[in-house]
Ligand binder design. Structure first.
Ligand SMILES: O=C(O)CCC(=O)C(=O)O
Ligand SMILES: [Fe+2]
Length: 349
């Protein structure tokens, strides 16, 4: 095994003749992230939300879509979004721009390492500096809103990030309006209370190169996303699994769609009615997988708490305390991803 200091899994995977993974990447000793739990394919039954119906001016169409959205949030916390209006060339272009970023030299990428968890552009590997086990994943995190940032390499990145970010933000905001409606809140409740006009939108591009021992490694451990709603696209290579009724389900990529999942803040806001979903990324020994997740959050200084309309001091007391987004983000970003441990931090006992 080569012992040269490796700064990314890409550099490691590119080592000629790599046939086993360094033991630091082996998840065998970490019982909570074992790989061989029952997995099944259930892509057919994952709910699909037709975005054009959700945003329809026909009240009947919209209300039917809202009902379906509410059901998808309650049953799965996770759904496919079709007919969202974003051009295929924008989605593909964004993925290719991310691929080109990861294919920069290690020295070039190092320029974007960032110093703290709040740096607007951060390239890195695994999840957090304190990880006990390393994960087979490199990442690039870029803050797109309220201040737009972009690495200056590759040259196409900025243009795609601008367009993709804007489109994804529109889709996410409309879905969030629908979620409010489905909960019996005013449609713009979240928009106003969490100040979505200044909402935080941070793109997370994940790069999972082929791994010689995929059964021993993990791309991303089980976690929930912290924000309100995450939109995810991928390069046509499977690897995402979501937890549903105690089982891990393979999510096969569907071209030209977004995968949306509820984040912790919707769980807090709905006082547990809608739950953020555990998901993870497994790796394979053939293809490089690229995924781009954008968690859409409140404004950085917004305070998140169960909506007063959805709680009752006697029959449904709040189960989460109010938390500043900034505080939650720091908690999330500086810890190893570990299931839903952040949410447990603010649970009222
Ligand atoms: O690679 C994936 O499909 C999952 C990515 C993810 O969960 C994340 O970036 O939060
Ligand atoms: Fe995630």
């Amino acid at each position: 095994m080569a012992t040269a200091k490796v700064t990314s899994v890409k550099a490691l995977a590119d080592l000629p003749g790599l046939s086993s993974i360094p033991t630091t990447y082996s998840i065998q000793s970490t019982p909570n992230i074992v790989n061989e739990e029952a997995v099944s394919d259930a892509t057919e039954s994952i709910p699909t939300i037709d975005f054009s119906l959700l945003t329809s001016t026909n009240p009947e169409e919209r209300s039917k879509a809202i009902q379906e959205l509410g059901k998808a949030c309650e049953d799965w916390g996770f759904f496919v979004v079709t007919n969202h209006g974003m051009g295929e060339s924008t989605m593909k272009g964004m993925i290719e721009a991310c691929r080109a970023f990861f294919e920069l030299t290690e020295e070039e990428k190092k320029e974007f390492e960032g110093k703290t968890v709040v740096d607007p552009i951060r390239f890195g590997t695994s999840t957090a500096p304190g990880d006990k086990v390393l994960f087979w994943r490199d990442y690039l995190k870029v803050l797109l809103h309220p201040n737009f940032n972009s690495p200056n390499k590759p040259p196409t990145f900025r243009e795609f990030a601008l367009e993709y970010g804007k489109g994804a933000r529109y889709v996410a905001r409309e879905i969030v309006r629908g979620i409010c409606d489905s909960l019996g809140l005013e449609e713009d409740y979240i928009d106003k209370v969490f100040n979505l006009e200044n909402g935080v939108q941070r793109m997370v591009a994940n790069f999972y190169p082929p791994c010689p021992q995929p059964e021993l490694a993990m791309g991303l451990p089980p976690h929930s996303d912290h924000a309100l709603l995450t939109l995810l696209i991928q390069n046509g290579i499977g690897g995402l699994q979501v937890e549903h009724q105690g089982k891990w389900i393979n999510i096969n990529p569907i071209p030209n769609t977004f995968l949306a999942n509820i984040g912790d803040f919707i769980q807090i806001l709905s006082n547990g009615k809608y739950k953020s979903i555990l998901h993870r990324a497994v790796v394979n020994n053939r293809d490089t997988r690229i995924s781009i997740a954008i968690p859409h959050g409140p404004a950085i200084d917004a305070v998140v708490s169960p909506a007063s309309k959805l709680i009752d001091p006697v029959s449904n007391p709040p189960i989460y305390r109010a938390v500043k987004y900034k505080e939650y983000l720091e908690l999330n970003q500086s810890n190893t991803l570990d299931g839903k441990s952040c949410l447990e931090h603010i649970r009222i006992r």
